[in-house]
Design a protein around this ligand. Structure first.
Ligand SMILES: Nc1ncnc2c1ncn2[C@@H]1O[C@H](COP(=O)(O)OP(=O)(O)OP(=O)(O)O)[C@@H](O)[C@H]1O
Length: 506
């Protein structure tokens, strides 16, 4: 009798009072791509961490090819044929793709590189790549590779233990462009054809329909549904409804009310940063959201950094509420009334070891620390609690270290931190990467609220997000501004501007 590649029976896991997983029964077949879906905090990461030996289950059993296994650590899991590629794979930038794949972590030991058998390496590489062909040049250093090339190297590295049968991918496309995604999906197709079982966590529902054979939905730590993707398509089922347990109306809040538009809070004139972007001009009024759509490499990241004083402008002007400014550091930008909610919360957004209140109140030391310290603490807690409720933070425990929250919930904390800051201008970069669809609607609603008392700029590589949310939008393409902020631009017009640099009415 043939067994599934992996089977979990009644797997449960608690973290203190939180039931992260309850009685999960799950089957992963060889040669299938199986998507794991669920809102933030539903239990997806906990589940894959148990499968990959990072966490220990409290109850239940796991079988690989019909044999019960027990993984005390990730090495055990790899021994049983289960490899995992994390969201931000750790590769050695100075090594080539080949070296990363075949020397793996071992290569980080000093002196080892000089002792390796290069001819043997090349032989192994050739036979391995005959099994999993990829269209990238693996002789280049990883530091010079694009996001998708690094992702592919990380996947090949995970598979380089020859006996790997199960590959777990944690949101592999969260930082990839459309074109890059295609390259990754091609590799996943090859893996599937080679009989590898791929377990794939994603928040991008359209991807599930594109790449997965079956999907499973987690809700509140329980596995609530498993089904073939073909059924979802045929019956036109709503994955968002399945994940949330309820139907979701339009995720975007209503656009601005013309009467509520206030004074100009930011004016940017012919702003340039040499080699990154040139002559960008736009203004933002209190009461509105201005959207800037740009793909990775378009200059949007650098523009956000320049507005926030973290990347110098080479020419041009900025004014906040009529005052001319030229922020030379984020601190100066904050003092001028500009606040940035960064896209990469891990690097720039959060003090992970501190609790949620600390993080939320961090950006506004005056407001947070006032002379009546005790009262302040109380009001900080009250304000933070209010934000946590409005964002549906899960679990709603503000004293917990931020590292204990799921990725999407960490993103909510970054936004709450911005809400606490009382700025005149908010720059919000990639606000919903890794955020589930229900929380996304809440975040959008909050941004609209923010725009009542401030000007908001939303910068994103998701065209639908920019178009759905912003009152006026334009695109950046290869460092150039395409079009002026317009309320009339169509979604397709904005898309064309951002991916081709064309300014057309479509
Ligand atoms: N190390 C931990 N300590 C305490 N609680 C944790 C820990 N890891 C996860 N949890 C809790 O377990 C629950 C499930 O979280 P998990 O990270 O598995 O969700 P997720 O579905 O992966 O969410 P996301 O999409 O946001 O990554 C959440 O309530 C989370 O706060």
């Amino acid at each position: 009798m043939s067994h599934p590649a992996l089977r979990a029976r009644a797997v449960s896991k608690r973290f203190g009072p939180v039931n992260a997983l309850s009685d999960v029964d799950f089957i992963l077949e060889a040669g299938e791509v199986h998507a794991l879906l669920g809102v933030n905090g539903a239990g997806k990461s906990t589940f894959i961490k148990i499968l990959s030996g990072v966490y220990q289950r409290d109850a239940g059993s796991i079988e690989v090819d019909g044999q019960a296994i027990d993984c005390r650590n990730p090495k055990d899991a790899i021994r049983h044929g289960i490899a995992t590629v994390q969201q931000h794979p750790e590769l050695v930038g100075d090594f080539t793709g080949y070296e990363n794949i075949f020397l793996g972590r071992e290569a980080q030991r000093p002196g080892l590189l000089s002792r390796i058998d290069r001819a043997g390496l090349a032989r192994r590489a050739a036979s391995f790549l005959a099994r999993f062909p990829v269209e990238i040049d693996l002789t280049r250093k990883v530091a010079e590779m694009s996001a998708v090339e690094r992702e592919i190297v990380a996947i090949l590295q995970a598979l380089a233990g020859d006996h790997i049968r199960i590959l777990i991918l944690d949101e592999p496309t969260s930082t990839l462009t459309e074109v890059e995604k295609k390259l990754l999906f091609k590799l996943i197709d090859t893996l599937r054809a080679g009989g590898i079982a791929v377990l794939y966590i994603t928040h991008r529902l359209e991807e599930v329909l594109e790449i997965a054979d079956r999907l499973s939905v987690f809700r509140g730590g329980k596995l609530v549904a498993t089904m073939p993707v073909a059924d979802v398509k045929q019956q036109n089922l709503s994955l968002a409804t399945l994940m949330l347990g309820q139907a979701l109306d339009n995720v975007f809040p209503a656009k601005r009310d013309g009467a509520a538009i206030g004074a100009e809070v930011l004016k940017v004139s012919r702003l340039s940063s040499a080699g990154k972007f040139e002559t960008i001009s736009f203004s933002v009024n209190k009461g509105e959201i201005v959207g800037i759509f740009g793909l990775v490499g378009s200059g949007v990241d650098e523009l956000a950094k320049t507005l926030f004083g973290a990347n110098p402008a080479s020419s041009g002007e900025m004014m906040v509420s009529g005052r001319s400014i030229r922020p030379a550091s984020p601190k100066e930008a904050l003092q001028s009334g500009i606040f940035l909610v960064p896209g990469d919360r891990r690097v720039e957004g959060l003090a992970l070891a501190e609790n949620a209140i600390f993080n939320i109140t961090l950006a506004n030391p005056d407001r947070a620390a006032g002379f009546a310290g005790f009262l302040r603490r109380r009001s900080n807690r009250r304000a933070s609690t209010e934000f946590a409720t409005r964002l549906a933070l899960s679990p709603p425990n503000l004293s917990m270290a931020v590292s204990g929250f799921s990725g999407g919930n960490q993103q909510k904390i970054v936004v709450a931190k911005g809400l606490f800051a009382d700025a005149e201008v908010y720059i919000i970069v990639e606000p919903t990467v890794g955020v589930d669809i229900g929380a996304r609607a809440k975040l959008y609603g909050l941004m609209r609220e923010l725009a009542r008392s401030a000007g908001v700029i939303v910068i994103s590589s998701d065209c639908d997000e920019v178009h759905g949310l912003a009152d006026r939008s334009f695109a950046l393409y290869k460092g150039r501004q395409i079009g002026v902020p317009s309320a009339e631009i169509t979604r397709d017009g904005l898309l064309l501007a951002g991916i081709m640099g064309e300014c057309r009415h479509v």
